[in-house]
Design a protein around this ligand. Structure first.
Ligand code: NDP
Ligand code: PYR
Ligand code: MG
Length: 627
């Protein structure tokens, strides 16, 4: 244990005249967190003045409010100087801890919970208490914690949202706020938002319409912005657009926290979304990235078409998913030796994810030198009514699906379609659990030496098949990946660890590149570039263990590589608005990242807690009065 030095003499000296000074060299403060605290003195006050020069005041918040602010709180990692100067001394136990010691405690604490939802709640509580520790904990333990803050557990958290809701972690904008969306955005305390993830909760993972309970999704996605790509948390804003829900269960549920009405649709809904988009630009600027997430099918495509050239926006379910799946297919070429154009694809599902992937596959084939018509002929799409054919009744097939419809006899059953068209690639994005039956998987294995099967639906309970079913029914020959994680499977004495074909490999890196460069619009090319970047990072050892993706522990590097590629592309294509173009993109991006370690909590102008934010030492009346 640390002995407690007599600091009160020094403190009286410093606090005696609140308008003099109490400045301590911040580097010594950070280092001191781990070691025996050193009393402050006028000597190090002077040194700090000399060292710091122009300085930005880190915080005006003192006392218990400093601990209560998750962005400022460091728990027991506050040094003695920090505790004294911030006026929090005595509000915590005597012990000083390093961040590493705190992280050990987090591990013990989270592992005490058996239920994933309880782990989720522990992490949410940690984020509400100590943001730095939360993100560092996620960053260090992404393999263990991604299934908690993200799919599959985030799905359960959304389903139980009314029960577990604690504190605001994003904005709820309801259709009753029409005409006042800008005012609601102004209520968000952060002025420097660079990225918004927005949902209206209509299609939350494969769980359907969860209305306002869908807030867990933008919160989880943006947690990954920080944990995977280092985007600063204060620059991220989760938004839930509440226009009601068509879920009868939720409307009847006494715990439901959203508007208790059926969804507003049509012009009223569209005008509301328009107002939201305009308000975002007015509040945060035209380069604010707006990631659309888990909207209903029709709206997702409509809004992407409508906004993609007028706002800085993308749809993660359509475009992010496309990139991760196509990356997996690029990587699979090293196993099957087949180009895209030599393949036959069957998609179970013809919605956002499936159409997005199929469209990017076409782009990849065109990239290989094949014409678009030939590329389209390789792709067979199946929705709930069976094969997409040109004979479908008008109105049962959308404009995005039309180009994939085939001039053939209708076929309803997936089994028959797989038997007849003999795909070597079978991709599920249907939210229909178990539709890849043993028979279908066996047919894939009978027709292909190395059949490719992606069961991309989330959460785990909605997967088209489990990893175990895929390996067992193909004699271990399948090249498999899934949207949510599955545990390793051992068959014929060989253990397979399939990779996670999830857009989390893509959207954080894309977002980092887009935000850093101040890109205005996000062209489709960026997703093909991201796919190639991800595939290039896959090593032979990944393929050998049965994965088409790098291990999650290297997902930070994946995000950085994607961000570098996006940055280069943005400058090359004249899309960037941040000048001058940096020579070394990686170094330049790294300089902008979140610091996962604690920073000094020593406020330069601590003696005037409510003073405005002075940018330079020269500007500060406190400091100039000291001359
Ligand atoms: N791994 C990842 O990164 C991602 C995974 N997903 C997952 O993909 C799933 C679908 O999402 P999304 O595309 O956005 O949803 P959509 O609602 O847009 O599409 C679902 C599609 O599946 C079809 N479908 C439903 N039941 C069946 C069935 N029994 N057989 C064949 N097709 C069927 C639907 O047909 P119809 O329209 O006729 O009902 C529709 O075409 C979700 O579970 C989602 O979590 C989504 C994004 C990313
Ligand atoms: C992963 C994702 O975005 C989804 O399942 O909707
Ligand atoms: Mg999604």
């Amino acid at each position: 244990m640390f002995s407690r030095p007599n600091l009160y003499g020094n403190l009286t000296k410093i606090c005696g005249n609140m308008r003099t000074t109490a400045l301590v060299n911040p580097s010594s403060v950070t280092a001191a967190a781990a070691s025996s605290p050193t009393p402050y003195s006028n000597a190090n006050v002077r040194q700090y003045h000399e060292v710091v020069g122009d300085i930005v005041c880190p915080s005006q918040v003192r006392g218990i409010d400093h601990i209560r602010d998750p962005r400022l709180n460091k728990g027991l990692a506050f040094t003695l100087e920090e505790r004294q100067i911030l006026g929090i001394h005595g509000l915590q136990p005597a012990r000083f801890k390093t961040m590493e010691e705190q992280l050990e405690l987090c591990k013990i604490a989270v592992n005490r919970y058996m239920e994933p939802l309880n782990k989720y709640l522990y992490l949410a509580d940690l984020a509400d208490r100590n943001e730095h520790l939360y993100f560092r904990f996620l960053y260090d333990n992404i393999e263990d914690l991604m299934p908690i803050v993200y799919t599959p557990t985030v799905g359960l958290a959304c389903q139980r949202f009314g029960l577990i809701y604690r504190r605001p972690r994003g904005l709820f904008i309801t259709v009753n706020d029409r005409g006042h969306v800008f005012d609601i955005l102004r209520n968000w305390p952060e002025p420097d938002v660079r990225a918004i993830c927005v949902t209206d909760g209509e299609r939350i993972l494969g769980l359907g319409d969860l209305g306002a309970n869908g807030m867990g999704i933008p919160v989880g996605k943006l947690a990954l912005y920080t944990a995977l790509a280092g985007i600063k948390p204060h620059q991220c804003l989760p938004v839930l657009i509440d226009v009601g829900t068509n879920s009868y269960d939720l409307l009847e549920d006494p715990l439901y926290v959203g508007l208790r009405q059926k969804r507003v649709i049509g012009k009223e809904y569209d005008d509301f979304i328009d107002e939201f988009m305009e308000a975002v630009v007015k509040r945060y600027g035209q380069n604010t990235l707006i990631q659309f997430e888990d909207f209903g099918n029709q709206n997702a495509f409509r809004f992407l078409d409508k906004f993609r050239n007028t706002y800085c926006t993308f749809n993660d379910d359509i475009q992010g998913t496309a990139a991760v799946a196509v990356a997996g297919l690029y990587a699979s070429k090293r196993i099957t030796n087949r180009n895209f154009a030599d393949s036959t694809f069957v998609f179970a599902g013809a919605g956002e994810a499936a159409i997005g992937i199929a469209s990017l596959c076409v782009k990849a084939m065109v990239d290989e030198g094949v014409d678009e018509k030939t590329a389209l002929s390789k792709i067979w799409m199946v929705d709930i009514d069976g094969l997409l054919t040109t004979t479908r009744k008008k109105g049962t097939i959308s404009t995005h699906q039309t180009k994939f419809a085939k001039d053939v006899e209708p076929l309803d059953k997936l089994e028959d379609i797989v038997t007849k068209y003999k795909p070597n690639v079978l991709i599920g994005a249907s939210a229909a659990a178990g539709i890849f039956t043993p028979k279908i998987l066996q047919t894939m294995a009978a027709n292909n030496e190395r059949p490719i099967v992606f069961a991309l639906s989330n959460p785990t309970s909605k997967a088209e098949c489990t990893a175990e079913q895929a390996y067992q029914n193909t004699d271990g020959r399948v090249v498999f990946s899934s949207g949510s994680p599955f545990p390793p499977v051992t068959i014929n004495n060989k253990t397979f660890t399939p990779g996670q074909g999830n857009n989390a490999y893509i959207f954080p890196g894309v977002a980092l590149g887009v935000i850093a460069t101040g890109t205005h619009h996000i062209p489709e090319d960026m997703f093909l570039i991201s796919a190639k970047e991800l595939a290039n990072f896959v090593e032979q050892s990944d393929l050998d263990r049965g994965s088409l993706y790098p291990p999650l522990k290297s997902i930070h590097e994946v995000s950085m590589r994607i961000a570098c590629a996006i940055t280069s592309y943005a400058y090359k294509e004249g899309l960037a608005s941040t000048y001058p173009e940096p020579e070394c993109k990686r170094e330049w991006l790294k300089e902008q990242l979140y610091n996962f370690n604690y920073e000094s909590s020593m406020p330069v102008t601590w003696a005037w807690p409510r003073m405005p934010y002075f940018k330079t030492r020269k500007d500060s009346p406190l400091l100039s009065s000291m001359k």
